[in-house]
Design a protein around this ligand. Structure first.
Ligand SMILES: Cc1cc2nc3c(=O)[nH]c(=O)nc-3n(C[C@H](O)[C@H](O)[C@H](O)COP(=O)(O)O)c2cc1C
Length: 347
């Protein structure tokens, strides 16, 4: 058989395997300052395809005291348009975690997620987030106490390590001793932050070690990226998507093969307009609404044909009217590019 025929048969097989296997479950990753309660609610009203929404992390609260009103508002809904919301905690203190878990349980949440992935030095240097990964004994102590008292599911979001992916050889066996409901793994180490590529070799090694249901996270920006990932890791059917969904809110639909609306650009416009109005209402027209929209547009701009010019227009806005004019101009002038090349069903 010729090499070409073999390659053709392989591509044919891969195409059918991906098309015929059940679509993955997709979780929308948390983003401090972006995936707020308002954002989650508006997103879930406009788009389908996401199976769980995660809150940005909660930290620095005082066990025993009441949750402050701002945090209570951030935990307002356990479901957004039918999609489950999972609160997240950043802490190295079992009592703090358990106290938030109790509050979440009383509010009707089914799961609490533990952030062991935050890579930023001001967090990690205090042995929190990814900074706790090099300390398996501490991890063990926290997990033992948490699992002795918690009444809701407890999941973990982590990286391959903080300073080296070798750390996983010590912390994964600790995780394996506990009934962690799901383990989300971002395939970088903490020190990388978001630079460079995900380390898929180290991820493949992790896959052989981890006993809990494994959720993959890292750099899936298109249907094509998903196809490549799933050809290499066909056993993984849980994905957490972050920047890819911020850029292209239709990404979960594209990955699941759900037909896009006839005019996706108009739906994106309706979504950002509603988000803006919802923030204005929530914040009583406080100018901080512009900052929130600018943070989000830093990602959404990437899905237009000239991201730099699109974002510059938004960044310049100093007043609500400037912002509204910039948005109108962007939707009139620029092409929204994300619905095609990677879509299985282009309309
Ligand atoms: C600005 C920003 C804020 C983030 N906030 C959180 C957070 O609160 N909790 C968390 O677990 N991860 C947080 N992350 C990480 C993302 O949830 C996600 O893991 C990361 O973007 C990698 O996934 P992706 O490659 O699909 O974007 C944040 C990332 C960024 C860039």
């Amino acid at each position: 058989m010729s090499i070409n025929l073999l390659k053709y048969l392989h591509d044919f097989y891969t195409y059918f395997r991906i098309t015929l296997t059940a679509p993955p479950k997709i979780y929308f990753a948390p983003f401090q300052g972006i995936t707020t309660q308002v954002f989650r609610a508006v997103y879930a009203r406009h788009f389908i395809g996401v199976d769980k929404l995660f809150t940005p992390y909660f930290s620095n609260f005082e066990p025993g005291c009441k949750l402050p009103p701002r945090k209570l508002t951030a935990l307002k809904n356990q479901f957004e348009n039918g999609v489950e919301v999972v609160p997240q905690v950043l802490s190295k203190n079992a009592d703090e975690i358990l106290w938030l878990a109790k509050n979440c349980e009383q509010m009707g949440f089914n799961e609490l997620n533990w952030n062991l992935g935050c890579p930023y030095p001001q967090v990690a240097s205090k042995k929190r987030g990814a900074g706790l990964l090099p300390y398996p004994v501490l991890l063990d102590e926290v997990l033992e106490k948490v699992f002795s008292e918690i009444n809701i599911a407890f999941s973990v979001k982590c990286r391959l390590g903080y300073a080296s992916a070798d750390e996983q050889k010590a912390f994964v066996p600790v995780f394996n001793r506990y009934p962690i409901s799901e383990l989300t793994l971002h395939a970088r180490i903490g020190k990388q932050l978001y630079s460079g590529q995900p380390d898929m070799e180290a991820f493949a090694e992790a896959l052989t070690l981890i006993k809990q249901p494994l959720v993959y996270n890292g750099d899936i920006f298109s249907r094509e990226d998903y196809n490549q990932f799933t050809s290499r890791f066909p056993s993984i059917n849980l994905l957490m998507l972050g920047r890819g969904v911020l850029r292209n809110p239709f990404l979960p639909m594209l990955i699941k093969g759900i037909e896009l609306p006839e005019d996706p650009k108009t739906q994106i416009r309706q979504f950002v307009d509603e988000l803006y109005l919802a923030y204005r209402e929530e914040r009583d027209d406080n100018p901080s609404v512009l900052n929130a929209m600018k943070e989000y547009w830093a990602y959404l701009a990437e899905s237009f044909d000239d991201p730099l010019r699109v974002f510059r227009k938004i960044r310049k806005a100093k007043k609500f009217t400037d912002y509204e004019e910039a948005v109108a101009d962007i939707f009139d002038t620029f092409k929204w590019e994300e619905s095609d090349s990677s879509s299985p069903q282009k309309h």
